[in-house]
Ligand binder design. Sequence first.
Ligand SMILES: Nc1nc2c(c(=O)[nH]1)N[C@H]1C(S)=C(S)[C@@H](COP(=O)(O)OP(=O)(O)OC[C@H]3O[C@@H](n4cnc5c(=O)[nH]c(N)nc54)[C@H](O)[C@@H]3O)O[C@H]1N2
Ligand SMILES: Nc1nc2c(c(=O)[nH]1)N[C@H]1C(S)=C(S)[C@@H](COP(=O)(O)OP(=O)(O)OC[C@H]3O[C@@H](n4cnc5c(=O)[nH]c(N)nc54)[C@H](O)[C@@H]3O)O[C@H]1N2
Ligand code: SF4
Ligand SMILES: [Mo]
Length: 658
Amino acid sequence: MKVVKSICPFCGVGCGVELFAEGQFISRISPLQEHVLSRGHLCGKGTLSHEPQYSWDRLIYPLKRVRDDFYRISWEEAITEIYLKLKEVISRYGPGAVAFYGGCQNTLEEVYSMQKLARALGTNNVDSCARVCHEPSALSLKEMVGIGASSISASKIPEMRVVVIAGESLTESHPVLSQYLTQAKINGTKLVVVDPRVTGTSKLSDLHLRLRPGTDVALYNSVGNYLIQHGLFDQQFVEERTSGFDDYSRGVSKYTLEYAERVTGLNRDQIVKFAELIAGKGVIFSWGLGLTQTSGARGVMSYVDLALLTGNVGEAGGVLVFRGQTNVQGSGDLAKPNVFPIGDMTEENAEKLKEVWGFKPPVEPGLTVTQALLRDSKVRAVVLLGFNPAFSMPNRRAVERRLMELDLLVVLDPFMTQTAKFAHYVLPTAVWSEKEGSVSDLDRLVKWRFKAVDPPGEAKGDLEVLAMLGEKFNVKLDADPERVFREMRSVTPIYSGLELDKVKDYSSNSRYPNGEISLYGQGFKTRDGRARFKFYDQGEVKGGLVLITVRNVTRYNTDVWTGRMPGYGGYESSILLNPSDAKGRGIADGDTVKVKSECGEQVFKVRVSQEVTPGTAVTYFHDGKVNYVVCDELDDLSFTPKYKFTSIEVEKVERNPT
Ligand SMILES: Nc1nc2c(c(=O)[nH]1)N[C@H]1C(S)=C(S)[C@@H](COP(=O)(O)OP(=O)(O)OC[C@H]3O[C@@H](n4cnc5c(=O)[nH]c(N)nc54)[C@H](O)[C@@H]3O)O[C@H]1N2
Ligand SMILES: Nc1nc2c(c(=O)[nH]1)N[C@H]1C(S)=C(S)[C@@H](COP(=O)(O)OP(=O)(O)OC[C@H]3O[C@@H](n4cnc5c(=O)[nH]c(N)nc54)[C@H](O)[C@@H]3O)O[C@H]1N2
Ligand code: SF4
Ligand SMILES: [Mo]
């Protein structure tokens, strides 16, 4: 029996695990006691995370599609044909017609190699699933404080006076972090939750602000105004460590409590209580998709303004982003269409990269995955690593049409996903426990995954596949994860302080940039060392019924893996309606309804529940149906979809038969 240490393949908590391997079979998984953040805890998904790889339908050799059928081909044939097709697309339409989009369950090394290959072919069309969740957070934090990541560790939650959680449910989405909330409650920390919905997390809160969806900016601006008007902000911090306060203060001055009440649907006492709780040190401002997928970057910025106003970025408190997938922080750091791993997309940085890479990357920004698949038809060939956009992107019908139009779609995945079905070539990849590499979690901790077993059949690690393709183009890509890690570290300034032995030691603090549990005790990482206030007005407020799509603790994203866990098959989401909205439409619990938006319609079973706020309808997104209804409105600053902000109509089609 071999015991191998690793990191859970699912969410951004990145829990430490021990894999027990007997020969080529992993028989069980246990929590790794010594892991600095997860501290010997795992959720149900983590405990079963070795099961999907033994599913009967695991892909074990390369496949080529001919009309509607897939045929087995050899790796040599697959790589040669893909190479020839990519070359043809480039010579016909130019390198801008090719795109590489990577998943966030891939390792740092794989994402690094992916973007390097794309840039070697002459395009900056590189992106990852970070685009569809927390790019608004990364972009806002980069601009306001200097690094697009959490400033403080989640392990600090129990030491705080107040913790604010906006648009996120730890108990469902980052369950292992709930241990810190429980400890915080014991220590007397006050918890404020901003969420239209009742969640496992809001049930623990001292103040639950059930605002109307998409009205966070109005709420935070009015709180900012109240703190300024009542002298409750940290004047010394603002003067000594920030810039842009005058514009901010002028901007928020029109956000009165009356206005906020009208827009958010909250009452003034709740808003004042919130403002008074956060005035003073010892506050963590944390958030999830409720901000990024409704109000976008404006939502994040108006929220981070409150952390600056109260002097809570630095030793006293911090900003904490509950990022999504196991390596979403890393994928977002390395694979952006408008930034190089080395920094800004400038001639100077392109020249520096040439010294390491041997070729100069282009300096024109590329297309985000949302632009390429939802807006722009310039892209003709797409290579996807660990990404299932035919399921996970909004306006699914439009994405499917777009995928069908492509001259070349290559999918690297261990399974035949909804997206792979549209591919011309499907390349079977090794999963996390069958290869090595590092991942970067929501706490900025970078940790290594060791290999426990070999991949089945002819499946190969993504790094090896990228290297094979690179070789055809005469681009030298290493397939050795340690050497790629070293190269990645040498060209990526924020990762330059990482040491491999610490990354491989689960008890060590291998947080980037330099092991800080809290960033910005001294200066900010902006050009002038000051944090920047950013003011934005509240955007459109939607009337009628707004559809919010959320997560269930037992399911993971597009259910490719959780759907293959023992006892987890056959899943269908209901839609939840508030009693007032149901009654007004003559709908009762258990009825079947048609849900319609501008993009499509689907049939759902209704659950009537007080847990959803009037004017909202809530459903999980893991059965794929809902993205035929969710529209593809994008945040104009980050191009992130507004997955929780679709206007819908609901109409009864069948009465509850029972
Ligand atoms: N079990 C499980 N865990 C996961 C995942 C999974 O699929 N399953 N996925 C992982 C990924 S990729 C991610 S990105 C994270 C996401 O984790 P979360 O950020 O928790 O994601 P959601 O559950 O989609 O939405 C969060 C909350 O936003 C609220 N909300 C909706 N609209 C608004 C609004 O206008 N304002 C505010 N303030 N709140 C609003 C919703 O009611 C919901 O409770 O989870 C990760 N962890
Ligand atoms: N309606 C609605 N839609 C949403 C959201 C929402 O809240 N509401 N949330 C959005 C968010 S935040 C996210 S992050 C996306 C997630 O959307 P996706 O990233 O498309 O979904 P996943 O299910 O995480 O897909 C990951 C894929 O990677 C494959 N994979 C796993 N390991 C490896 C590996 O080592 N190599 C390779 N090559 N492949 C691997 C898996 O088999 C799987 O097919 O969904 C988005 N879609
Ligand atoms: S909390 Fe996240 S990382 Fe931890 S075991 Fe569960 S899914 Fe895995
Ligand atoms: Mo995500």
